[in-house]
Design a protein around this ligand. Structure first.
Ligand SMILES: Nc1ncnc2c1ncn2[C@@H]1O[C@H](COP(=O)(O)OP(=O)(O)OP(=O)(O)O)[C@@H](O)[C@H]1O
Ligand SMILES: [Mg+2]
Length: 343
């Protein structure tokens, strides 16, 4: 896989070509100060005016519990002010409204699929820029796009191609995971199709194997084949309840892309799969296979941390702060004792 192939799979490159067959989306250039903010580990929540999550640590006397915390004690008083991006915020809000108020966010290549656990709704559905920032800042996949998009490329010695970062907002669509498939194209030939959510067994796939395979092949030959900039690529589709096929995403043909129920070795080794039969190889999880854990599970953290990070459980946060403070005091005392201890 070459760097050029990765560049060609950016959303803004493939979307204009296949606009008619995919979910309506808007692309906004990502300003450098927003990129810097996304890469900065120090600040998590933006105090943007687009959301009612604005929280200040001032003397709010309605809560008993809060009085227990002495904000005015020491350096904790210095309020951390998150940066604001008024112009960008209003552009994002305008785009969200134009897409019906609920969006699915991405960067040039990736969505924050590994971060849905942190969102209050445990989903990638966003209504505001704060929602998007929370997901993006918690996602390793987004960091990958921002820091090493050409990681697995074979032409490492060549200079990185020039490209601009973009925020992609897609109209929110309720996709049923059993309707999603990943299709592998080599030399403009559809060689393999895999069930996307391979962790589950879907009875309808087993029952409609032939129809699904045929519908995807037709979709490929009518709308995708020979229309893309590369002859090797991976495309994701969704087959809706009426049997219509939609394009969901385009990905580079190589290690960066999850090969799901195939292995990259078999996909790249001289088209062996394709020679075995007439059409593409079609793989799905059948009832005999044990259902597997979700691949993003390892990105999750304990529920307590989620509550803390989202402020969902305010008392837990207070407990946590008390605990850290008492631990800090203890260790300070210990240090003092050590200092005063006879030599
Ligand atoms: N517009 C949308 N509305 C709701 N859910 C969506 C939308 N677009 C995609 N999804 C869901 O999110 C999943 C991931 O989307 P997408 O393929 O764009 O992300 P990705 O980061 O490119 O993933 P990968 O790394 O596997 O290529 C899809 O499989 C689908 O279930
Ligand atoms: Mg993708």
């Amino acid at each position: 896989m070459k760097k050029e192939q990765v560049v060609n799979c950016q959303f803004s490159v493939w979307y204009p070509i296949f606009k008619k067959y995919t979910i309506k989306s808007l692309i906004l250039p990502l300003p450098q100060n927003v990129i810097d903010y996304l890469l900065d580990d120090g600040t998590l929540v933006v105090s943007g005016s687009d959301h009612n999550t604005q929280q200040t640590h001032t003397n709010n006397s309605d809560s008993d519990a809060e009085e227990d915390i002495q904000w005015s004690d020491d350096e904790t008083t210095s309020t951390v002010t998150a940066p604001e991006f008024p112009e960008f915020t209003s552009k994002v809000l305008e785009a969200i409204n134009a897409l019906g108020g609920r969006v699915f966010p991405k960067l040039n290549w990736s969505a924050p699929r590994d971060a849905n656990w942190i969102a209050l709704n445990s989903s990638l559905q966003c209504h505001s820029l704060s929602d998007i920032f929370l997901l993006f800042k918690s996602s390793d996949f987004i960091t990958h796009d921002l820091t090493q998009p050409f990681l697995h490329c074979s032409d490492q010695d060549s200079p990185d191609p020039v490209f601009n970062y973009e925020l992609v907002l897609r109209k929110w669509s309720e996709l049923i995971p059993g309707g999603e498939f990943r299709c592998f194209v080599k030399e403009n030939k559809l060689i393999a199709i895999s069930q996307r959510d391979y962790t589950q067994y879907y009875h309808h796939i087993l029952k409609q194997e032939e129809q699904i395979c045929q519908a995807i092949q037709e979709f490929f030959s009518q709308h995708i084949q020979y229309k893309f900039l590369d002859e090797d690529f991976v495309f994701d589709v969704y087959r809706d309840s009426q049997g219509r096929v939609w394009l969901i995403d385009l990905n580079p043909f190589g290690e960066v892309t999850d090969s799901l129920l195939f292995s990259w070795e078999e996909l790249t080794s001289g088209g062996e799969i394709a020679h075995q039969q007439e059409g593409p190889a079609f793989r799905y999880t059948n009832s005999e296979v044990t259902v597997q854990p979700s691949p993003c599970l390892s990105y999750r953290i304990p529920r307590d941390f989620v509550d803390l990070s989202t402020g969902e459980d305010a008392y837990k946060l207070i407990d946590f702060l008390k605990l850290t403070k008492s631990q800090q005091e203890e260790s300070e005392e210990e240090e003092e004792e050590e200092e005063n201890a006879p030599q």
